[in-house]
Design a protein around this ligand. Structure first.
Ligand code: G3P
Length: 493
């Protein structure tokens, strides 16, 4: 039974209290203080995770540092073998991990399964691509005044201790996207999982060790962001931070972390521009998928749609129709359900309030708008204006807003005045016009005729403005986990 592999991660009680991994062993928190992990599906207690103390964090980071010194000398191909084994492990135990993810964060089965399998593929891809990371040799003579007196051997070296902070919406996948590139390039990882998703993340940690990872290379620190997170981000021994989460938290971390390399993917408030020549049938389907998959709790979800009046007039009934056809709300454990609860009561309160505020300010609820506990109906708002809060702050729920603009220039102006800049979609039957328009929009990635999305995972993935720092995507993430070390040979005069 796969479960036996993980029985040492928790005590024998039901629901269990989990341990954290300090680099040497699975440990109970010294203080016995714990944080509850509550299932968004039925409010049940999935388990408790330790609130790790600062002293325990110091010890774990010291263990990780020691392990990293040896690890950076292990041949890349040997490091890769361990990663491939971890990927195989995930595939083999996909059912177990999927069930855990469903319970802990309320994904439906296809979404949870996809997260696990995508993570295994990602680990393999990082391990392969790591072999192609190489330094270079530069000659000084290319720059005037240096003749042949200087030559640089530019080595690529690991940053050292990487702090990886993952969010609840892809606790496994957005951990793997940090841990795998860090390890293959010779770093160690101080890993802070989200509270909801933490139990899946503890299992992920153990999978790397079951695959043969030497002790200490991942230390997994559980606890709340306010206590544990704050201490970690300003810890003197952290050499780089990779984080996915809200723009607000990203900005706070950047201030506390100071002058170390940062790789952040933060919130998106992603627009879709629909040009008059777009195929409205397929556009409507993409909007429904983009706005409502995993209940809109994706940084890449479509949050608002802009178009000229005749376009939006035709599009809204089609989007409503497709929402009725495709989206079934309820308990995500039921096979036909594809829109489950949002992560917590607190988040549901925020989403509900934003919908009601928009309505009070003149928006029209075309569909949805109601809430039952953590279930928010798929909601379509019309007559939304850029000044409304729902347009200004990312709303992590199944809500999409429609705006009528006088011109496409006005649409560009609205998008570019946003504090966010992750992705945007353009729908048109003229790809040339789509490319021209894409060049005017200030976001990381522009999708033509598709919803925004991160994958395929080797494409560059980045946000501008409040949406991120640095570039991810297999090769790009590997580069970000290393620094060049030029060793300059000087010919005596
Ligand atoms: O951080 C990115 C995540 O929220 C969305 O990823 O793959 O659903 O586009 P994806």
């Amino acid at each position: 039974m796969p479960k036996d592999f993980f029985s040492h991660l928790h005590d024998k009680k039901t629901p269990p209290t989990y341990k954290f991994f300090n680099g040497e062993a699975w440990m109970d928190g010294a203080s016995s203080k714990t944080v509850e992990v509550i299932s968004p599906i039925d409010n049940s207690l999935v388990g408790r995770i330790p609130l790790v103390s600062n002293l325990e964090i110091d010890q774990a980071i010291s263990n990780a540092k020691k392990a990293q010194e040896a690890w950076m000398r292990v041949p890349m191909i040997e490091r890769g073998k361990i990663l491939h084994l971890a990927a195989d492990w995930m595939r083999e135990h996909e059912h177990y991990l999927t069930a855990l993810l469903i319970k802990e964060i309320g994904k439906n089965t296809p979404e949870a399964k996809d997260e696990i399998l995508r993570s295994a593929d990602m680990i393999d891809y990082f391990a392969h691509e790591g072999l192609h990371v190489k330094g270079e040799e530069l000659s000084g003579e290319a720059f005037p005044g240096y003749d042949q007196t200087k030559m640089a051997i530019v080595e690529k070296v690991p940053l050292g201790v990487i702090l990886a902070i993952a969010p609840f919406n892809y606790p496994v996948n957005l951990s793997v996207s940090k841990i795998a590139p860090a390890l293959i390039t010779g770093n160690c990882v101080v890993y802070k999982p989200p509270t909801q998703g933490a139990i899946s993340c503890l299992h992920l940690t153990e999978i790397f060790y079951l695959a043969g990872l030497p002790k200490g290379l991942i230390v997994t620190i559980t606890g709340g962001g306010a206590e544990v997170g704050n201490y970690l981000v300003s810890h003197k021994d952290i050499n780089g931070i990779t984080f996915t989460g809200s723009s607000q938290v990203g900005k706070e971390i950047a201030v506390k972390a100071g002058m170390i390399p940062l790789l952040f993917e933060c919130g998106g408030n992603n627009p879709a521009v629909v040009l008059p020549d777009a195929d409205l049938y397929s556009t409507a389907i993409e909007i429904v998928k983009g706005a409502f998959s995993y209940s809109g709790q994706r940084c890449t979800a479509i949050k608002y749609v802009l178009g000229l009046k005749p376009t939006i007039d035709k599009l809204i009934p089609m989007v409503s129709q497709k929402t009725k056809e495709f989206i079934k709300m309820g308990d995500p454990r039921i096979p036909e359900i594809n829109l489950g609860p949002v992560i917590s009561d607190g988040e549901a309160d925020i989403i509900e309030r934003r919908i009601l505020m928009a309505k009070a300010q003149g928006a029209k609820i075309i569909m949805g708008g109601k809430r039952k506990e953590r279930l928010i109906e798929p909601t379509i708002l019309d007559l939304v204006r850029p000044s409304m809060e729902i347009m200004q702050i990312e709303t992590f729920g199944p809500v999409v807003s429609f705006l009528r603009v006088e011109s496409i220039e006005e649409a560009v102006k609205i998008i570019n005045s946003s504090d966010y800049g992750l992705q945007a979609s353009i729908f048109t039957s003229d790809e040339g016009a789509g490319i021209q328009l894409a060049r005017q929009i200030k976001v990381g990635t522009i999708q033509i005729n598709s919803k925004p999305q991160r994958g395929p995972d080797h494409f560059p993935f980045l946000g501008v403005k409040g949406s991120g720092v640095g570039v991810q995507g297999i090769r790009y993430t590997l580069e970000a986990m290393m620094r060049p070390r030029p060793i300059v040979l000087n010919k005596p005069h």
